[in-house]
Structure formats: C-alpha cells, structure tokens
Design a protein around this ligand. Structure first.
Ligand SMILES: Cc1cc2nc3c(=O)[nH]c(=O)nc-3n(C[C@H](O)[C@H](O)[C@H](O)COP(=O)(O)O)c2cc1C
Length: 208
C-alpha cells in the first residue's frame, strides 16, 4: 500500500516561498513511492475555533466551512508536513486556525509530522518550535534532518536561491516518507487506537 503524505502551506500567498519548500518536500516523498497531496490555505475560508467543544461529540467541527474537507484529508494521511512563513515571529493566522480547529478531534497520534518554515530574517525558529510543540502534544512522530528546515526569503520565489533550505526541504520529504512507510507496516500502538467519540482529552492513556 502506498503511503499518503500531505503537505500544507499556511502562507496567505499561493505559490509563495512556503509552498515552494513544501512542494519540494513532497516531490522528494513521491520519489520514495508515496502518494502526495498538497493543500494551500491561501484564499480558504477557515473561521476561528470558538472552544465550544462540539467537535469532541461530533468528530468534526460544527462550523460548515472549508475546514472539514481539509480535516478529512489530514485524517487519511500517514504523514503531514506543515509549512508556515514567520509572520511577526509567529505561525500565520491561517495555519494556527487550522491547528486550533482540528487538533482536538483529528486522530493525529502516531502519524509522522514535520514542519518547514520561511522568513525574511527573524522568528523562524520560534515558528518551528510552535509547530514542534503542536506535533509533540498530538503524539506525532517527528523525524530530524541534517540541518533545521528553515529558509530565508522575502519575495515570492526568492527561496529558490536558498539552496540549503531547498536541500533540507527535500530531506524532510524523504525522511517523512521513509518513516511513514515504516510505520504503516509497523504502527505504534497509539496510532491504531481510535479516539472514542464523545471523549474529550487524553490523560496518560485514559480518555476523560
Ligand atoms: C504580516 C507579515 C509579517 C511578517 N513578519 C516577519 C517576521 O516577523 N520575520 C521575518 O523574518 N519575516 C517576516 N515576514 C516576511 C515573510 O516571512 C517572508 O516574506 C516569507 O518569505 C513569506 O513567505 P511566503 O511567500 O510563503 O508567504 C512577514 C511578512 C508578512 C506579510
């Protein structure tokens, strides 16, 4: 069975630097035999999380916007590569909304996760940390790369000159695909355990 690797660009610019790095990673994943999917959040209508908790009973968000379609794709992915530019040293609003809206009800546990970040000058490490914090608390499994997957660019396409960032994105895609293929054959226990609908959060191994 081919593994499914999903790349999500949280940039508000379609075809921007984040998208270039994410598609570079996905191309490397495809070379490993993975089925790749790419979503750009640019131009999408994704409202904010209201913390109503309805998703814990419904298994989806009650808001009927474009989020639920993305959530379905995330659910079927074996590995997800999140990408964001640094916006005032933070994840973009678009990607943060996606994480807030889906993090509570999508079973990401045991999936492979990775983050790729771009910025003109500063805040990229903070953004990478934000993504790592999310992936770790969702019990995703994060492969490393030979250098941190961070690139520097201002205008659309500038990232192509950051050859080290292109190389790291490529390595991330390859590692995510390789690890996902291994875990599809040999899943970790917490990836196959379904999240009981109606249960809110996990404390240790117990759902409350
Ligand atoms: C609202 C906004 C805030 C930004 N804040 C930062 C920042 O804090 N640090 C930085 O290095 N670059 C910052 N940038 C620049 C972008 O990170 C940079 O242009 C990046 O290449 C954009 O990637 P994209 O083409 O994928 O959108 C900001 C850009 C915007 C639009």
């Amino acid at each position: 069975m081919r593994t499914r690797i999903l790349g999500i660009s949280g940039s508000p610019r379609s075809g921007g630097n984040t998208s270039i790095l994410i598609t570079t990673a996905l191309e490397a994943a495809a070379k490993q035999g993975a089925k790749i999917e790419f979503i750009e959040l640019a131009g999408m209508n994704i409202d904010i999380c209201e913390h109503c908790n309805a998703c814990t009973d419904l298994g989806r968000c009650k808001k009927d916007d474009e989020l639920n379609k993305i959530a379905e794709t995330m659910l079927t992915a074996d590995g997800i590569i999140f990408g964001s530019p640094s916006h005032y040293a933070s994840l973009t609003t678009l990607l943060k909304n996606l994480l807030d809206r889906t993090g509570r009800f999508i079973h990401l546990e045991g999936k492979v996760g990775s983050g790729i970040v771009v910025g003109r000058r500063s805040g990229t490490d903070i953004v990478l940390s934000q993504l790592l914090f999310f992936m770790l608390v969702k019990e995703m499994i994060v492969p490393g790369s030979a250098f941190w997957p961070v690139g520097f660019s201002l205008n659309v396409g500038d990232i192509r000159s950051d050859t080290e960032a292109i190389l790291m994105a490529s390595q991330i895609g390859k590692r995510v695909a390789q690890l996902a293929a291994t875990l599809v054959r040999n899943p970790v226990p917490w990836s196959v355990e379904p999240r009981p609908v109606g249960q809110k959060v996990r404390f240790g191994d117990e759902w409350k």
